[in-house]
Structure formats: C-alpha cells, structure tokens
Unconditional design. Structure first.
Length: 146
C-alpha cells in the first residue's frame, strides 16, 4: 500500500520522521516535498498530496503544515479527497471508520512527534466500516457534483 506525504517549510523535520515511521510500518511512501526549510506556499503541497490520492497513484495521503489546516483545505479542494485535520488520535480513528477519509493532516506547530505518530497509527490501523456510513459518505461525494 502506498502513502503520499507532503508538507510546507514548517514541517520538514516532522515530515522526515513521519515518513520513516510510515515506512517502518510497511508502507511504500512517495514524498512530494518540500524538503527545504525555505518559506513556501502550503496550497501547492496540499494539492500535490490530494492529486496523488485522487489519481490513485497513492492509496492515502498525509500532509503537514504549521497547523495542518491550510494544507488540509488545499488537499480537500481536489475532487475525491476527504480530509481529516487531527490533533488527537480519537478523531483520526473515527474519521477512518466513519468518514472513510483518504488524507490526514496535522500541524507540526500543534502536535509533538509522539502525538503525531499516535494519530498516524489510529488513522492507518483502522478500516472503514461502511454500512450505515456508506450513504453519508456517498452524500459527501455528491456535493462535488452540484
Ligand atoms: C506557515 O507559516 C503557516 O501559515 C502554514 O504552515 C500553515 O499553518 C497554514 O495553515
């Protein structure tokens, strides 16, 4: 299974640690940058992550900026992407089980590395339940058609 990971300048160090953590969990990882601490614009990297997921180049995406918010808004603009921006593991878990999210974002200036790893674990280790949630997830996708 493939994970695409992207970030802005505020999250290079955290991205590097999370990329290695995700690899160690057995996933193949595509790193779309940035790998520079020089100031850059998060929409570019959010879009890269979103497009890789929407085109099925990757199964899931992880995007990190200062808060996780800007890069999450950007990724969520791509059709077919369902983003969760999480600063704790419970929401990450439920977003997978109920909302079938395919992009996870968080903030390098909001959570520490150990919390980030717990968030990633809950998100990657749980599965979409379908059932009563399927109708609602389909309704989310229908919004993109209107
Ligand atoms: C960059 O300074 C910061 O605005 C960005 O990383 C992010 O937090 C935006 O949502």
């Amino acid at each position: 299974m493939k994970i695409v990971i992207g970030n802005d300048h505020s999250a290079v160090e955290m991205k590097n640690e999370i990329r290695e953590y995700v690899k160690a969990k057995g996933y193949e990882v595509i790193d779309v940058g940035t790998n520079s601490g020089e100031s850059c614009d998060y929409p570019l990297y959010g879009e890269k992550v979103g497009r890789a997921v929407a085109s099925q180049e990757a199964d899931y995406g992880i995007a990190i900026c200062g808060t996780g918010i800007g890069i999450g808004i950007a990724a969520g603009k791509v059709k077919g992407v369902r983003v969760c921006t999480c600063s704790e593991p419970y929401s990450a878990r439920l977003s997978r089980m109920h909302n079938n999210t395919n992009v996870l974002t968080f903030g390098a200036r909001v959570v520490g590395i150990e919390m980030a790893k717990m968030i990633v674990d809950e998100w990657l280790d749980n599965v979409y339940e379908g059932g009563r949630h399927e109708r609602r997830v389909l309704q989310l996708m229908e919004i993109e058609e209107r």
